[in-house]
Design a protein around this ligand. Structure first.
Ligand code: NAD
Length: 264
């Protein structure tokens, strides 16, 4: 495998894209700490993957919880080679004009706490272990890190902010620790939103016919399963990327203008 013997921590690793990353990393020979706030989903992945993973229940917005997850990697796997910051919330495309001001204010705090502060605190907790291992960070961004229309203003701003973390942390942690990211487009997952906006129990796949939208409107005209989006994470975490830092692999296809379907 590409990641034989490496120790990895994945935040939001119990569901959706994070879970697909964990499964693939295990297939590639890694041992993985799955850090998530959903106890049910953690139980699910622990039952399915058994010995290859350790689960940590906690909140990425807490520095102490991030440290606890890193400590599990150190104690169980002897260190940490890769930190994958991935846990996130979405704003369900709630627009500036249509969102009441109080929901905008409180939703912003909740979403930025997970999508931006969570990455910052995770990087802070992991940095000493990553330096020791000459390891790397991989963050999950989104088409919304580059383009409008992948969310409302708070999600788009949060993913742009996380792009800033990739660049600044690649600069600060060089030459010891690489920092890169992957920007997927839409994926059929259980992605949730801020409680303060009444979106904690809504799920992206409930809200949108995401597979139909992707099939009709993405450049490659296909629905993307989470497991189709994990190859770039393997590449960035592996030895093949030893001279790669500060980059984003944009697999969203949002940069490709819509082309008429071929007449056949
Ligand atoms: P998901 O909801 O299936 O998975 C996210 C996981 O993060 C869940 O298990 C959830 O419990 C966990 N989580 C949320 N808040 C947390 C917190 N405070 N502490 C600990 N864990 C927390 O959704 P997903 O689509 O797999 O999302 C993963 C990442 O992919 C996010 O960063 C999201 O922005 C990004 N992304 C998703 C899409 C998409 O269309 N689904 C597109 C581009 C980028």
């Amino acid at each position: 495998g590409w990641l034989e013997g490496s120790a990895v921590l994945v935040t939001g690793g119990a569901s959706g894209l994070g879970r697909a990353i964990v499964e693939r990393f295990v297939d590639e020979g890694a041992r993985v700490v799955v850090f998530d706030r959903s106890k049910d989903k953690l139980d699910g992945i622990a039952a399915d993957l058994k010995g290859a993973v350790r689960t940590v229940s906690g909140d990425v917005t807490s520095f102490a919880d991030n440290v606890r997850a890193c400590t599990v990697a150190e104690e169980e796997f002897g260190g940490l080679d890769t930190f994958v910051g991935n846990a996130g919330l979405w704003d369900f495309n709630r627009s500036l004009l249509d969102t009441p001001a109080d929901a905008l204010a409180d939703g912003f705090d909740e979403l930025f706490a997970v999508n931006v502060k969570g990455y910052l605190l995770g990087a802070k907790a992991a940095a000493p272990l990553l330096r020791r291992a000459s390891g790397s960070i991989v963050f999950t961004l989104s088409n919304a890190a580059f383009y409008p229309g992948g969310g409302g203003p708070m999600y788009t701003a949060a993913k742009h902010a996380a792009l800033g973390l990739v660049r600044q942390l690649a600069y600060e942690l060089a030459p010891y620790t690489r920092v890169n990211a992957v920007a997927p487009g839409g994926l059929a997952t259980d992605l949730r939103g801020p409680d303060a906006m009444g979106l904690a129990d809504r799920s992206l796949t409930q809200e949108l016919p995401i597979n139909q939208i992707l099939t009709e409107h993405s450049a490659l005209r296909r629905a993307v399963r989470p497991q189709d989006a994990v190859g770039p994470y393997v590449l960035l975490a592996s030895r093949e990327s030893v001279i790669t830092t500060g980059t984003v692999i944009d697999i969203s296809t949002f940069g490709i203008p819509q082309r008429r379907p071929p007449a056949d």
